[in-house]
Write a protein that binds this ligand. Structure first.
Ligand code: FES
Length: 176
């Protein structure tokens, strides 16, 4: 009788430990499901554009896709201003210019790597290259990196909303 109740107690204790473990692992799973802090609502990603540094590529996420954000330094802006096509690819917020694009090569979808020293992108899959505005400089990519729908709201950028600047880019063929 004593043994039985002891087993009963052990069983309950084990059950309690297993229960705590299950709750802990559920909590851990939920944490990994939670969106990144930059994600404010389903389908939209809000980026604080004041948080980026010149010539430092940051990869954000929007609807499961990598989003490149590259704040242009003075020399990049000067270079871009020499070509209207390149300048049109940049997003101007305040006095700063940003390249914001989906970080998937337009050839076959690899993720190009950014090289800070040469301020360009190299896609290791087939050697395609892009400049700092994500315009193609070397085939095979058929076009520059695609620009996600965006809306400028003060010093933030909301990905997933189509603001006037994005609509203009689509209309003029800057992006698909
Ligand atoms: S996938 Fe980038 S060059 Fe082919």
């Amino acid at each position: 009788m004593e043994n039985k109740s002891r087993r009963g107690f052990m069983g309950m204790a084990f059950g309690a430990v297993a229960g705590v473990g299950a709750v802990a692992s559920l909590f851990a799973m939920k944490k990994s499901w939670d969106p990144l802090p930059s994600v404010k609502a389903a389908g939209f990603t809000t980026l604080d554009m004041s948080a980026y540094n010149d010539n430092e590529l940051i990869t954000e996420k929007w609807r499961g896709k990598p989003i490149f954000v590259l704040k242009q330094d003075v020399s990049m802006v000067e270079t871009a201003k020499k070509s209207i096509q390149e300048l049109e690819r940049l997003i101007k917020i305040g006095d700063s210019y940003y390249m914001v694009a989906i970080g998937l090569c337009t050839h076959l979808g690899c993720i190009p790597g950014y090289r800070e020293s040469t301020k360009d992108f190299l896609c290791a899959c087939h050697g395609g290259m892009y400049d700092a505005t994500a315009s193609v400089t070397k085939a095979p990519p058929p076009r520059g990196l695609d620009i996600p729908p965006f809306k400028i709201k003060g010093s933030t950028l909301v990905l997933g909303e189509e603001g006037p600047e994005y609509k203009k880019m689509k209309k003029t063929g800057v992006t698909l």
